[in-house]
Ligand binder design. Structure first.
Ligand SMILES: [Mn+2]
Length: 312
């Protein structure tokens, strides 16, 4: 009985595969020169866990990355299952030029805004893409995410933990003026599953520019906030396992449906200030996994140079 069901399921999966001419996952990340190593680690982790029948096409939206770091990233990812393309960010990204007087908006790299330009910069032949931050470690097969049903929406994303709704502190301050409901959900933008056909049809950059022109002075969360405005009512919630942050490091939060969340992680997101490539980062199994992946890169001098603090 059970095996019959499994055979049916396998048949359905094979039909899906047979009907798609190419088993490819399209992935995009953005980096400046300083983030090239973390970007390489994230892509390496994706490749390591990708289903063996899939290839990876990775686009790197690059802000002035040096020739040396490009070569090191390419050497790290020299694998017949991956093809890389560098896409240089224009030096005059319009969204990076808005005056943002909010004290929360410190000096930041233009790469912060690169995700808003996915529709403009990625190859026209790409119909879907997974966008990832460069502070993430894949622990599972992203071909499953790439096949997600977005229910006709433009984007799939994971609801944020510290900011679950638009009216939360550090959510969307002008939610009333925008006509949103207080309880409307708010997502973390560290990983996005994007329907590029819908994205390109929506003129995302223009919508983002209008928001920044009106409310740039009360912005609290950079591109994440703007994406939540632009994608409002047009995103599907993805399962938490696709974007598990350090918010879950506190055992008292891992209760009820989330009691096993750490066993289910498909992508761990080192959101916040403590990054695993900094020696000052508290250790955890995810940090150890990250550092093991970093050892597989071509950066021979990858090391933790400061003394590590014990985990708290
Ligand atoms: Mn992040």
């Amino acid at each position: 009985m059970c095996s019959g069901i499994l055979q049916e399921r396998d048949k359905a999966l094979n039909q899906f595969h047979d009907s798609s001419d190419d088993r490819v996952v399209c992935l995009a990340l953005a980096t400046d020169d300083h983030y090239t190593l973390p970007t390489a680690v994230t892509i390496k982790s994706v490749l390591t866990h990708l289903h063996p029948s899939y290839r990876l096409e990775a686009a790197i939206l690059a802000d002035r990355v040096s020739a040396t770091n490009r070569r090191l990233l390419e050497d790290t990812l020299s694998d017949e299952r991956v093809s890389l393309q560098w896409i240089d960010l224009p030096t005059d990204l319009g969204l990076a030029s808005y005056p943002m007087s909010s004290p929360l908006n410190k000096e930041h790299s233009p790469t912060v805004w690169a995700d808003l330009y996915l529709g403009d910069l990625l190859p026209a032949s790409w119909r879907r893409v997974i966008y990832m931050d460069s502070d993430m470690l894949a622990l599972g097969d992203l071909s499953q995410l790439f096949q997600s049903d977005l229910g006709g929406n433009m984007v799939g994303a994971v609801q944020d933990d510290p900011v679950p709704i638009v009216s939360a502190e550090f959510g969307i301050r002008p939610w009333r003026q925008l006509g949103f409901a207080a309880e409307d959900p708010y997502f973390n933008s560290g990983i996005l599953m994007v329907d590029l056909l819908k994205w390109r049809a929506k003129e995302v950059v223009a919508a983002a520019g209008s928001y920044l022109a009106r409310f740039g002075d009360v912005l609290t969360q950079y591109d994440q906030e703007v994406l939540n405005v632009v994608c409002h009512g047009d995103w599907s919630p993805l399962e938490k396992k696709w974007n598990v942050t350090g918010w879950w490091n506190y055992p008292e939060r891992r209760v009820g449906p989330y009691s096993d969340i750490h066993d289910e992680v498909m992508v761990f997101h080192f959101a916040g200030k403590t990054k695993p490539w900094k020696a000052s980062s508290p250790t955890s199994p995810f940090v150890e996994g990250y550092r093991a992946t970093a050892q597989m890169t071509a950066w021979k001098r990858w090391q933790i140079s400061e003394p590590t603090r014990p985990s708290v």
